[in-house]
Design a protein around this ligand. Structure first.
Ligand code: CP3
Length: 349
């Protein structure tokens, strides 16, 4: 863990990652900045488009802070997207309203040399400026989470040219052209290391790696395209910037989450909403901090059931380090008042 700066209050989020069972647990929510907030929609309209917003440090800083001001979360997450990395590597990224991201042209072996030669960090400079601004504006008791997509998840978008109907089916490439897939993953590992180290240097206190599409991969494939690349990134981060916690979100992997939790380089595993809480406590908590698990649909529903389930989740991890979060991101139809009720239920049990 990072040395404590004298006079600086360490956030509950970082204390939890350091192994302390903080009560009530720290809370932040995936997609806490986003379309469910009217102030986000307003700033996004001012920016022009989602991508313009990601590359406008003043406005990206503003939307990063909006959920902190409104809900007093324990951590802010940098406002950006996992797909700015392949964009910086040379693919053309667009977001089509109602359809999601497009990355053109779909990657082939002929693109790899170009990716290797390009200095992706240059194009990502505005993102680092956002990190600097957010860290300067945040109080010391709030952590700032930097992030990147895990290589496999980013590769699925690069290969399919956008969201894939069945991302796990892309594993066919592992059998058909393993060398090409391995090279693409290796380039993504190297780019991601540079990118997240730059975020740490700009002020990020911790790094989360999102492997949204890790589910459905047989174990040898999972190890090659998800587990080992994420381990390499975390190991490089720890070698370059010792003490920076790295959180892994291997969504949909079920019991294979244990392989991530036991890694020395993995400080926390973020669980999805289908992971049994008792199993996570028994199997993952002994070697990693557990984060997440709450169903985002319960926050859409709100009310007594949401609050009861939130307290039950907190109780399930009582006595061990745990970070409250969702199993996946907040959806645009979430009433912001429900988020306020959720935070209150956790802080005043
Ligand atoms: O608040 C935060 O969580 C921080 C910002 C953040 C965004 N995307 C903003 C965003 C983070 C951490 C991400 C990560 C991300 N992006 C992931 C991994 C986590 C996950 O949700 O599984 C993935 C797979 C993406 C790729 C992506 N970005 C897709 C598929 C889409 C379209 C679908 C959708 O949710 O709209 C996006 C767009 C996106 N990223 C939005 C936001 C706020 C909506 C853009 C808008 O304002 O229209």
């Amino acid at each position: 863990m990072k040395e404590e700066t004298p006079g600086r209050v360490r956030s509950g989020f970082l204390r939890t990652l350091g192994g302390e069972a903080v009560t009530p647990p720290p809370i932040w929510l995936m997609r806490q900045a986003g379309r469910y907030l009217p102030e986000y929609r307003q700033t996004r309209a001012r920016a022009g488009s989602f991508l313009d917003l990601c590359f406008n440090p003043a406005l990206a800083c503003e939307v990063t802070l909006q959920p902190i001001r409104r809900f007093d979360f324990d951590a802010a997450i940098l406002f950006s997207d996992i797909l700015v990395a392949p964009m910086a590597m040379g693919q053309t990224l667009t977001f089509v309203d109602g359809e999601g991201p497009r990355l053109k042209p779909p990657v082939t072996a002929a693109d790899l040399d170009g990716f290797r030669r390009r200095n992706a960090l240059e194009r990502l400079a505005p993102i680092m400026e956002t990190v600097r601004r957010v860290r300067a504006a945040l109080s010391a008791d709030k952590a700032l989470i930097g992030f990147a997509g895990a290589p496999w998840t980013v590769a699925t978008y690069m290969l399919a040219g956008g969201p894939s109907d069945d991302p796990a089916a892309l594993r066919g490439l592992f059998y058909k052209d393993e060398a090409f897939l391995a090279e693409l993953i290796e380039i993504l590992v190297a780019t991601t290391i540079d990118y997240v180290v730059a975020q740490i240097d700009a002020g990020a206190d911790a790094i989360q790696l999102f492997d949204t599409w890790a589910g459905g991969l047989p174990e040898p494939v999972l190890r090659a395209v998800s587990l080992e690349p994420m381990r390499k990134i975390a190991a490089a981060v720890k070698a370059a910037r010792p003490g920076t916690p790295v959180l892994f979100f291997p969504r949909g992997v079920g019991a294979a989450a244990i392989h991530y939790a036991v890694l020395e380089e993995c400080d926390a595993v973020s669980i999805d909403a289908s992971t049994p809480w008792e199993w996570a406590r028994m199997s993952l908590a002994p070697t990693a901090v557990v984060q997440g698990g709450f169903d985002p649909m319960l926050v859409v529903a709100g009310g007594e059931r949401m609050e009861r389930e939130a307290r039950r989740l907190v109780r399930a991890f009582m006595g061990v380090p745990y970070i409250f979060n969702l199993g996946h991101g907040l959806t645009p139809d979430t009433p912001p008042e429900h988020v306020a009720d959720l935070v209150a239920a956790i802080r005043n049990p």
